[in-house]
Write a protein that binds this ligand. Sequence first.
Ligand code: MSP
Length: 509
Amino acid sequence: MDGSFYITTPIYYVNDVPHIGHAYTTCAADVLARFHRMRGERVLFSTGTDEHGQKIARAAQDAGLTPQELVDRVVLRFQDLWKRMHISHDVFIRTTDPEHERTVQSFFLLLKEKGYIYKGEYEGWYCVPCETFWTEAQLEGRLVCPDCGRPLERLREESYFFALSKFTEPLLRYLDEHPDFVMPESRFNEIYSFVKGGLKDQSISRLGVRWGIPVPGDPNHTIYVWFDALINYLTVVGFGRDRELFETFWPSAHHLVGKDILRFHAVLWPSMLLAAGLPLPRRVFAHGWWTVEGEKMSKSKGNVVDPLEVIARFGVDRFRYFLMREVSFGLDGDFSERAFVERSNADLSDNFGNLIHRTLNMVWKYRNGRVARPSQYEDREWEELLQEVRERFFTFMDRFAFSQALGEIWRLVHFGNRYLDQKAPWRMAKDPDLGEELDRVLYRLLDCGRILGVFLFPFMPETATRLLQYLGVEEILRDRNPLALCDWGKGPSVFSVAQPEPLFPRLQG
Ligand code: MSP
């Protein structure tokens, strides 16, 4: 299939080191990027860091560093983690990149010229950790941040405003016409009723904050960090500098975000784009939050999950698999060591790993590592199951329903294990009359392994590559559209397999 696919993660604040929440969104984006590449599409996958604003400036001050020194240090932690997680992003954007700063300033000027930006005075409250403005009316008498519960700071300063209120009606109309602009549906409804309540103009500059992009022509002001950050999605596709890149990818933009930052992405951002006269992204998908052993993750509780530690202990693919399988994308989930070990042992060791290991061992034991494609290789049951699994797998992937998509792949795994038990090749091997039937059984299982390797590649690239290498068919990954080769009869004329090592030895719980 041709076409383009642009997938983004939020750009992460670099006041602190990465945790499981960051790993989650980035892993999901990577799965999508790999999946779409495997369909032969042109893919642009971007992630990066959000480096301006008061929060970063304060963190730097506390650490005795300049903001630039701090961000230059922390950004390495993110880049290193993505490498270890086998994240295949095409672009890593930093908001301190000069190209981004230019894009933000020209976008600001564009909205100003169109009459959507004006100067006024902001009086109200500000949450530094969330970098969010709050009005009295929104606070209902409580002086803590409605999002994070932390204390607010009082602001009264000259400020530039974006005329967000003008977009209440246009945005409602857009939502009416595009019911899958925000997903999942419950989040769509939430955004819809928020917009319906009426939008207020949004302050988009700070007077006292030096660490930011200066407002063009009025450098005492810096541009509000969210206004700056959202524009990263345009910088990446060459807005204002590379027309071809922009036209190729912008119409297929998909944003993945956590539920806490959905409003910025589904209210402020589309309004900014409407104001600029630009098309809106295809989809904004909000995922849920992870708790840890049933508790909210926080530094003060000391329960923050460090992805590097999980990978060092359990391996990268167990981690990627757990993140994508354990909860439905969109819902909240809980990370616990027990759930991790159970999930990994049950699905990866006992089911998947076992199927592959048993198959390859038998191919060595009874056929010295080689099985040629037998005649009458077709089998109705396998064919029907594969067809159904494949259709449903694609549908789930198109809806970002990763856990359900994996569930489909595991239907093949379960079927393979049952098939092996029922056919009992060890009995066939004793009867010379059943030699051909034994070849068929082994070939089907090997071909099932090949198809599993391709389907699993977006989720567990390392394991899938190893599996395909064991089967001697790893060149399938170099095909333009490996997913199209996931059909019976598209396997090699001979499987010549390697001596396997277990893919997922059981973990001690
Ligand atoms: N810099 C902004 C995003 C700007 S995008 C134009 C930001 N950065 S962040 O580093 O604070 O958070 C990034 C993401 O991490 C958010 O999508 C947030 O939902 C996610 N998570 C933070 N804690 C999380 C969990 N405990 N669980 C899952 N995701 C969580 O916001």
